[in-house]
Design a protein around this ligand. Structure first.
Ligand code: TYM
Length: 373
């Protein structure tokens, strides 16, 4: 990014991200009240992530809804890179994807990029990424996607169809474009350079396999957007519609600054964390509170910089009145950080417990969701 030192790429998100600036920089559009209203009409309600602005930008979402209204086949596509256990941040786009699938009753293609994590991470073997993919798959299924309409695949076990589309994409992308878009260098291995074509492939896989027109929408966090720039450039050359996208902000880590990231495990909530571990992490979170309770009561806290408040606001407290009260009461000094942390910890623990139960049930559905060659 230009006038701050934040960095947002598919592999690294660092610093304080200015989302307004990112909209300009990436050439995407803000999610306006009109589009949000169109989604509300189709879904019969607004997902909390939409209502509270976690999803903030898009590319041609209006056109995608137009397609749906005109009877063109619409499809969703999202994914996961299996480099470790799933954390809450990964879940953000998946929860939203489920909301969209329920609203538009459409097929979902879910890509697990085991090849990416093997190629980009010197420490990971193919066996390790396969193990993570297996674990991540249960978290994905646990989100509750429609088993009749969802196809989940890993690149290394569904390579033939994907590779057939990827070579067609790759032929239209020069090294110079890949370098400019992804920052590859002379020392990047050649697998890394080809990989963007593999992530672009599911934008067109349905059309390729079924010889059928379709309009794809990709829900993800904004870090993945560079892939869709390439996919959109190539689409007309292959005779396909350009994929649309809807992008979220990053849920922050529990420390001060930066997105939730598996590389900072103490400030990330993993879906595999025990209740005790997750509660402890919440209790250690960065807040906008004053150093002492007395000062907090006198001066009030600052919910605008508080991670605990941001979790309640973005995801964990769907009650508009209750969050507004939390905000006002924190600012006015009527609420101390301990109480707020307690509330969030309870909600997180409950959420993890429910997720764990769904994950157990997911074990019986793997074959229903997973497509192989
Ligand atoms: P990965 O595994 O890094 O991330 C999976 C999804 O989670 C989003 N994400 C976050 N969202 C909110 N807050 C956070 N702190 C946070 N951290 C990660 C990512 O944007 C992503 O949507 N290369 C991809 C895998 C992939 C993919 C896709 C993702 C393949 N095809 C299509 C999205 C759409 C990756 O490594 O994602």
């Amino acid at each position: 990014m230009d006038n701050s030192d934040a960095i947002v790429t598919p592999w690294e998100v660092r610093g304080e991200v200015d989302y307004k600036e990112l909209i300009e920089k990436f050439g995407v559009d803000p999610l306006t009240p009109d589009i949000i209203e169109r989604l509300r009409r189709h879904a019969g309600g607004l997902h909390v992530l939409l209502r509270r602005g976690m999803f903030f930008s898009h590319r041609e979402l209006n056109e995608w809804i137009d397609s749906y209204e005109k009877g063109v086949k619409v499809i969703l596509y999202t994914g996961r890179g299996p480099s470790g256990n799933t954390h809450l941040g990964h879940l953000i786009p998946w929860l939203f994807t489920k909301y969209l699938q329920d609203a538009f009753k459409c097929d979902l293609y879910f890509q697990i990029t085991d090849d990416e994590k093997f190629l980009f991470n010197q420490e990971l073997s193919t066996e390790q990424v396969a193990e993570y993919a297996k674990e991540n798959l249960l978290d994905i299924i646990a989100v509750g996607f429609d088993p009749e309409r969802t196809k989940i695949f890993t690149n290394l076990t569904y390579s033939k169809p994907l590779y057939n589309v990827a070579v067609r994409v790759a032929k239209h992308v020069t090294f110079s474009t890949a370098k400019a878009t992804f920052g590859f260098s002379e020392s990047s291995n050649i697998g890394m350079i080809f990989f963007p074509a593999m992530q672009a492939a599911p934008c067109f896989i349905h059309q390729y396999l079924n010889s059928e027109d379709a309009h794809v929408l990709i829900p993800c966090a904004i870090d993945q957007e560079p892939y869709w720039r390439i996919s959109r450039d190539v689409a007309p050359k292959l005779g396909y519609r350009k994929p649309a996208g809807v992008y979220s902000k990053f849920i922050p880590g529990l420390g001060s600054g930066g997105k939730m990231s598996a590389s900072l495990p103490d400030t990330a909530i993993f879906l595999s964390d025990t209740k005790e571990k997750a509660v402890k992490k919440v209790k250690n979170a960065f807040t906008g509170g004053q150093p002492t309770i007395r000062e907090q009561k006198e001066k009030g806290g600052n919910p605008d910089v508080c991670v605990v408040y941001s979790y309640l606001y973005s995801l964990f407290d769907e009650d508009d009145k209750a969050v507004a009260e939390t905000y006002a009461s924190c600012k006015g000094g009527g609420l101390v950080c301990g109480e707020c942390k307690e509330r969030l910890a309870r909600k997180v623990a409950e959420f993890l417990e429910q997720h764990r139960a769904k994950r157990e049930r997911a074990k019986g559905y793997v074959e229903k969701f997973l497509v192989r060659e």
